[in-house]
Design a protein around this ligand. Structure first.
Ligand SMILES: O=C(O)CCC(=O)C(=O)O
Ligand SMILES: [Fe+2]
Length: 280
């Protein structure tokens, strides 16, 4: 898939830095704080066009990359994410935060966000009744050896590989997703495909499916539709790879595009900040 990139350099973000001066980064940014931050961007000349172009590109291709962002500033990341809706702390890290860190925490029992292994293409918030609409990740530090590349896959391309009958099955067959893939954790049994606002919403993350709880009563047809979907996401040729450098922010339509990343070394300084946006 093709991912457009745009520069953020045109904007003077001094107003945002002074907003945050004296305020240390917050765990939760309220709605009021989010609109105040977005308001500071809205005052910038040229911002209306930037916003329009960014929204159009995300709606058309499913993802964009914004370059030259001061990713050290959390308020700026919040303002950028707020273009797309309410920036939600629920379901963003443990404990929940408006801005959550993705970095390797050695010795931690592997939840992928705290791990350095390969992360297969997936959507985020699979365990939520209504998964987040957009996912925003800002690169604070990239891996100096160029490892930990980002992979992106257009889910609509994957759907084209399914027959109508298979797609119908996946709209019915309930798949149990748990928060961390463990059978004893809270889980939600939901279909991989759903209709939301006139379009198909895709929900899929292989490593948190509780395989033992997949209904044995499911029809042969449902099983083979799931297997086909899993094979397509594992091998789909439309996967694109991008190395995101420090200062890049990727904005992803989380109902459509699957994202993942490659393995990176143990002591890598790689650090991303993740924000999740609710649909408006
Ligand atoms: O490390 C990355 O690039 C992506 C991490 C990710 O997809 C996640 O934490 O859900
Ligand atoms: Fe993710």
């Amino acid at each position: 898939m093709h991912v457009e990139s745009m520069s953020f350099r045109a904007f003077d973000v001094a107003a945002l830095s002074s907003w945050s001066k004296g305020v240390s980064d917050k765990e939760i940014y309220s709605r009021e704080e989010q609109s105040e931050l977005l308001g500071l961007l809205e005052n910038q000349p040229g911002f209306a066009e930037f916003r329009k172009r960014a929204q159009t590109a995300v709606n058309e291709s499913g993802a964009i990359i914004v370059k030259d962002v001061d990713t050290d500033s959390e308020p700026l990341l919040v303002a950028l994410a707020a273009i797309f809706g309410y920036v939600d702390a629920e379901g963003n890290g443990f404990p929940n935060r408006t801005v959550s860190e993705i970095r390797h925490v050695p010795g931690k029992i592997s939840l992928n966000s705290k791990d350095n292994g390969r992360f297969a293409p997936h959507t985020d918030s699979t365990f939520m009744v209504k998964p987040h609409r957009y996912l925003i990740m800002g690169v604070v530090e990239h891996d100096p050896d160029g490892q930990g590349e980002t992979t992106l896959m257009d889910g609509y391309g994957v759907l084209q590989g399914l027959t109508d009958a298979e797609a119908r099955c996946l709209r019915r067959f309930r798949v149990p997703f748990s928060v961390d893939g463990r059978a004893e954790s809270p889980r939600l049994a939901v279909p991989i495909l759903a209709d939301r606002g006139g379009r198909t919403m895709i929900r899929y993350r292989a490593d948190v499916i509780v395989r033992d709880a997949l209904s044995e009563e499911a029809s042969e047809e449902s099983w083979s539709a799931l297997q086909k979907f899993e094979r397509l996401t594992a091998e789909h040729p439309s996967v694109s790879r991008t190395f995101l450098e420090r200062g890049s922010v990727i904005i992803i339509d989380n109902w459509r595009v699957l994202h993942g990343r490659d393995h990176f070394p143990n002591r890598s300084p790689r650090l991303l900040k993740r924000l999740k946006v609710k649909s408006i």
